[in-house]
Design a protein around this ligand. Structure first.
Ligand SMILES: [Zn+2]
Length: 245
């Protein structure tokens, strides 16, 4: 099949239910077609502004931005259009790519947002983070530039500052050596954590071991869980090892 036709056909088949799957993949909860705004920079606190439309778009009335399922993947995975479509199709929707000329060879492996948050690198593609500065009791207090108040508090009002932070994906692109080092260390730490619990389960001098000694079901479930998490680490480590510089 001609690649352009194939891509267009895939795109045509991405609608409302596909967007629902994308949102659930990124742990964005939709309640009666409403969600907290997922766009970076908009710290949405109230359901109501951001809507899932019948045609499968996310539209935020407050910040005016709109995204298709493919846009959501481009934004979250830091991918160009075609790799984002392929990622959405295979990893999120679990479908098989139609036969067309081989996808362009990628420079870097697709470490997904889920992979990175699993090893403790959270929000790798969010460009703005909010820093807590102070509390105030006076909702009309004059604030320094760049600061804003979160008026949702009960007695006190939180004062925050919004700052741009470079994303981990930027780092992979601009300084792959450092990015690989950080990701490797985080991945090894995560693996070590689950290996530790696994060991504790057999050691009655530890909390887990004590519980496990009396509860065979707990021991079996916990072991299986730890082993599956360790497998995940190995899988992510394989991707990290493909970062070359
Ligand atoms: Zn918004």
């Amino acid at each position: 099949m001609n690649k352009l036709d194939a891509l267009n056909e895939m795109k045509r088949q991405i609608g409302y239910s596909e967007m629902e799957q994308v949102l659930s993949y990124y742990n964005i909860r939709v309640i009666r077609k409403k969600m907290l705004c997922p766009f970076p920079g908009h710290n949405d606190r109230h359901l109501g502004n951001c809507t899932l439309t019948d045609r499968g778009y996310v539209y935020c009335f407050a910040c005016g931005r709109k995204a298709s399922a493919i846009d959501m993947v481009m934004m979250n995975e830091n991918l160009e259009f075609v790799p984002a479509l392929e990622f959405l199709w295979t990893t999120i929707l679990g479908r098989t790519l139609p036969e067309y000329d081989k996808p362009e060879k990628r420079k870097y492996p697709v470490l997904s947002v889920k992979d990175l948050s699993f090893i403790g690198l959270n929000s790798p593609s969010i460009k703005y983070v909010r820093f807590y500065i102070n509390l105030s009791e006076d909702k009309d207090e004059d604030l320094p530039k760049d600061c804003y108040m979160d008026r949702d508090g009960l007695d006190n009002f939180g004062i925050y500052k919004k700052e741009r932070s470079n994303s981990f994906f930027d780092l992979i692109e601009n300084d792959p050596k450092t990015a690989k080092g950080i990701a490797t260390a985080k991945c090894k730490d995560t693996e070590k954590y689950y290996l530790g619990i696994l060991k504790d389960l057999d050691d009655v001098s530890t909390e887990y071991g004590k519980t496990a000694a009396f509860d065979a079901g707990f021991k079996k479930d916990s072991k299986e869980y730890c082993l599956s998490q360790i497998e995940k680490c190995k899988f992510i480590m394989k991707k990290i090892n493909k970062i070359h510089y």
